[in-house]
Design a protein around this ligand. Structure first.
Ligand code: N2P
Length: 350
C-alpha cells in the first residue's frame, strides 16, 4: 500500500519535473511535439533528428502521396498537423478555403536566405501562407540498360515495347496532365474535348501499365519491375545512386514544373513550434543537407555554396530556360475540378 502511494506521488510530480527540466510544455500544455505531414523521402537523413535535439521536442511524420490526398485529409477535419507541404496550386486552393494560417514573418528571420526569385510567387505573392521548400519537374525515369536510348519523348510512356514495365504517377493532375501534354494541350485545360481525348489515350495505354503509384516507382525501377516510370526529377535522380542505369529525362513535349512549400494549417496545435521549424529549414546548412539528399532544387540562396553534384551539375536538374519552355505550373482548376475528378475516376475504374 505504501508503495502504491509512493508511486502515485512520484507520478504526480512528474509533469512538474518536465517543466523544470526545461523540456518545456507547448501551447495548450502537452509535451512539445511537431506533427509534420509530408511527401515521402522529402527530408535529409538528419533533418528531423537535428531539429528534435536542438529544440528538445519530438517530430512525428505522416506521409501523403498527392496534393489531393493532403487536401482531402484536411477537409475531412484532421486537426493535428503543424506543418504541411502543399505544391504551388494547392497553396492557392487551401488559402482560398481558409485552411492555412497566416505566417508571422517576425518569427522567420531566416527568410532573408531565400533567393529573391522565390519571394513573390504568383500563388502567394506576399508570402502570407507558404514558404518555398523545393522545386522540380515531372518527367520520365528509365532503366538505360533495358530501354532503347535515347529517350526524349513522352511517347516512350505509350510504347507497347514496355508493356507491363511501365508505371505512372497515381496523381490526377500529373497523369492526366502528361496525357494532355502528349496531345499538345495545356496541363490546366478545362476543355471537355481535350479531357475526353486525354481519357481515351490513358485508357488505351492502360494495358501497358504495371502500376499507378507515386511512392513505389523508385523501388520498381531499381528492382527492374519497371523500365519506364512517370515520376519526379529529384527522386528518380536519387535512385541513380543505387543503380547508375536509372536516369531522369525531361521530355521534349514538356510537363509539370512545381514548387512545394511549407505551410501551417489553421488548425495546427503548435504554431510557434511550426514557425521554429520553418525557420530551421531555412538555415543554409540544414537546407543544403536536405537538397543534397533529395536532389530537388533549392530556393535558398544562402544554401548555394553548400550544394554538391549531382544537384549542381546534372542538366536535367538544372534546366535551361529553353528546356523549360514547354513546362507549366499547375493552376487551381476552379469549377473544372469536378470534371477532372470524374475523368480520373473513370480512368482508374476501368
Ligand atoms: C518527393 C515527392 C516530390 C513532390 N518524394 C512532388 N510535388
Amino acid at each position: 500500500m505504501r508503495y502504491v502511494r509512493m508511486l502515485t506521488n512520484r507520478w504526480r510530480v512528474f509533469p512538474l519535473l518536465l517543466v523544470l527540466s526545461g523540456i518545456g510544455l507547448a501551447e495548450g500544455g502537452e509535451a512539445r511535439r511537431l506533427n509534420l505531414y509530408n511527401w515521402s523521402d522529402y527530408v535529409g537523413k538528419h533533418t528531423l533528428r537535428t531539429f528534435e535535439q536542438r529544440f528538445g521536442v519530438k517530430v512525428n511524420q505522416d506521409l501523403f502521396a498527392s496534393n489531393e490526398e493532403l487536401l482531402a485529409k484536411l477537409q475531412a477535419g484532421a486537426r493535428g498537423y503543424d506543418i504541411i507541404v502543399p505544391s504551388d496550386y494547392m497553396v492557392r486552393i487551401m488559402s482560398k478555403l481558409g485552411l492555412l494560417e497566416p505566417l508571422e514573418h517576425a518569427k522567420l528571420p531566416n527568410l532573408t536566405n531565400l533567393d529573391e526569385r522565390f519571394r513573390h510567387l504568383p500563388y502567394d505573392p506576399a508570402g502570407e501562407y507558404a514558404i518555398p521548400y523545393a522545386w522540380g519537374t515531372s518527367g520520365i525515369g528509365i532503366r538505360e540498360d533495358k530501354v532503347e536510348a535515347p529517350v526524349v519523348s513522352l511517347g516512350t510512356l505509350f510504347d507497347p515495347r514496355y508493356r507491363r514495365k511501365l508505371t505512372l504517377l497515381d496523381d490526377m493532375r500529373e497523369t492526366i496532365g502528361l496525357a494532355l501534354k502528349y496531345l499538345r494541350y495545356s496541363v490546366n485545360t478545362a476543355d471537355p474535348h481535350a479531357l475526353e481525348e486525354a481519357k481515351e489515350l490513358l485508357l488505351r495505354q492502360k494495358p501497358l501499365v504495371k502500376a499507378y503509384s507515386s511512392t513505389q516507382y523508385k523501388e520498381m525501377l531499381l528492382s527492374g519491375d519497371a523500365w519506364v516510370a512517370h515520376g519526379w526529377s529529384g527522386e528518380i535522380t536519387a535512385a541513380r545512386r543505387e543503380n547508375p542505369h536509372v536516369r531522369y529525362i525531361m521530355p521534349q513535349e514538356g510537363g509539370v514544373i512545381f514548387i512545394d512549400n511549407l505551410a501551417i494549417p489553421r488548425t495546427a496545435p503548435h504554431k510557434d513550434l511550426a514557425h521554429a521549424f520553418i525557420n530551421f529549414i531555412l538555415e543554409p546548412e540544414v537546407s543544403a543537407d536536405i537538397h543534397n539528399t533529395v536532389l530537388f532544387g533549392s530556393p535558398n540562396r544562402a544554401a548555394r555554396p553548400y550544394l554538391k553534384p549531382p544537384l549542381t551539375d546534372d542538366p536535367h536538374l538544372n534546366p535551361t530556360p529553353e528546356m523549360l519552355a514547354r513546362f507549366e505550373f499547375l493552376e487551381d482548376l476552379g469549377d473544372a475540378t469536378r470534371l477532372w475528378t470524374r475523368t480520373w475516376t473513370e480512368i482508374k475504374a476501368r
